[in-house]
Write a protein that binds this ligand. Structure first.
Ligand SMILES: Cc1cc2nc3c(=O)[nH]c(=O)nc-3n(C[C@H](O)[C@H](O)[C@H](O)COP(=O)(O)OP(=O)(O)OC[C@H]3O[C@@H](n4cnc5c(N)ncnc54)[C@H](O)[C@@H]3O)c2cc1C
Ligand code: FES
Length: 296
């Protein structure tokens, strides 16, 4: 049921009471919840998010969660980790319960214009979830997509060993995410501790191996979502290789609609002067070259 709408620059935003269609538990305290929200399913772009009111008003503020998938123009799926009060309450909802949510919010990834020949997606932890709709949207538009994900815990999506050999990593590094492979992305995973089939080290080392390796890449663009340090390193690699790079900043948010400034990040404004931008309205996706990485 659409409760109300408003129309900011990024498109119509809906407030919806969305029935829960399914709520599935995944390893590592993750959950995948499917909600009936046709207005959002029809309009959400990759990288946009919904601001959810946890059931029974468990928290005063809503919680922002990326739109992980849209299904048949009817439903949206969110994929999240239960880390605190809000996400734990959300994880406890049952089929048929209604969730109050606002969205789609934020700018999302800019997919207008000429696509790159190679898209390299870089994820840290639950940064994987919002990159999935991007990989799906890029399928058929780019020549090749790579997804590199780093994590010390269970990932929010199933993993397995890939049968595809990638020339820039050792043959025993073969952990992959089948859901991303199903939308045409070649994947490899990284962890700082020894894990079978994972690259041992930083996820950004996989990016460097690809960029410095023998695979033909052509015009390449990086897209990243994850912790600040990982994003900063990805931005530095992009700058060093003179590549475009978009970063999705999952800043802590208050209102989610531009009113409270709690999600402010420092970016270079006109003439290179540092200014604050709101991750919920001007973001959450920013050109990595515009972010003042040392401001945190
Ligand atoms: C645009 C956007 C998209 C997001 N998409 C997803 C998603 O698809 N899946 C998902 O699992 N999470 C996502 N998040 C993070 C999610 O919003 C937080 O995990 C959630 O708000 C935590 O609420 P809580 O009440 O459960 O925890 P709280 O009690 O508020 O916090 C519990 C712990 O989580 C940490 N935390 C809270 N928010 C964040 C954050 N933004 N980044 C890092 N740590 C945080 C806190 O510091 C604290 O340690 C997204 C955030 C943003 C801004
Ligand atoms: S969360 Fe309030 S301005 Fe962004």
């Amino acid at each position: 049921m659409d409760l109300s709408t408003h129309q900011p620059a990024g498109g119509t935003v809906y407030r919806i009471s969305a029935p829960v269609i399914a709520n599935r538990s995944l390893p590592g305290g993750h959950r995948r919840i499917r909600l009936r929200a046709p207005a959002i399913a029809r309009t959400a772009r990759p990288g946009q998010f919904v601001n959810i009111s946890p059931p029974l008003a468990t928290t005063l503020l809503r919680r922002p969660l990326g739109v992980h998938r849209t299904i048949d123009g009817q439903d949206i799926e969110i994929l999240f980790q239960s880390v605190g009060k809000g996400t734990k309450a959300l994880g406890a909802v049952g089929e048929g319960d209604e969730i109050d949510l606002i969205g789609p919010l934020g700018n999302g990834f800019d997919l207008a214009g000429e696509p790159p020949e190679t898209a390299v997606l870089v994820a840290g932890g639950f940064g994987l979830a919002p990159l999935y709709p991007l990989a799906a949207a890029l399928e058929g538009k780019v020549d090749r997509t790579y997804l590199f994900a780093g994590t010390e815990e269970d990932l929010p999506m199933e993993t397995s060993d890939s049968s595809v050999h990638l020339s820039f990593v050792d043959p025993d590094i073969k952990a992959t995410v089948p859901e991303f492979e199903a939308v045409g992305a070649q994947c490899r995973l990284a962890s700082l501790r020894s894990r079978p089939s994972f690259h041992k080290g930083l996820v950004t080392e996989l990016v460097e191996k690809l960029l410095d390796g023998p695979e033909p890449l052509g015009r390449t663009k990086l897209y990243a979502c994850g912790p600040w340090g990982m994003l900063k390193k990805t931005a530095a690699i992009a700058a060093e290789h003179e590549l475009d790079c978009d970063v999705l900043l999952e800043e802590r948010m208050g209102c989610g609609v531009g009113a409270c400034m709690s999600c402010s990040v420092m970016v270079y404004g006109d003439g290179g002067r540092p200014v604050y931008a709101r991750a919920c309205v001007e973001g959450p996706v920013f050109d990595a070259a515009s972010v003042v990485w040392d401001a945190k």
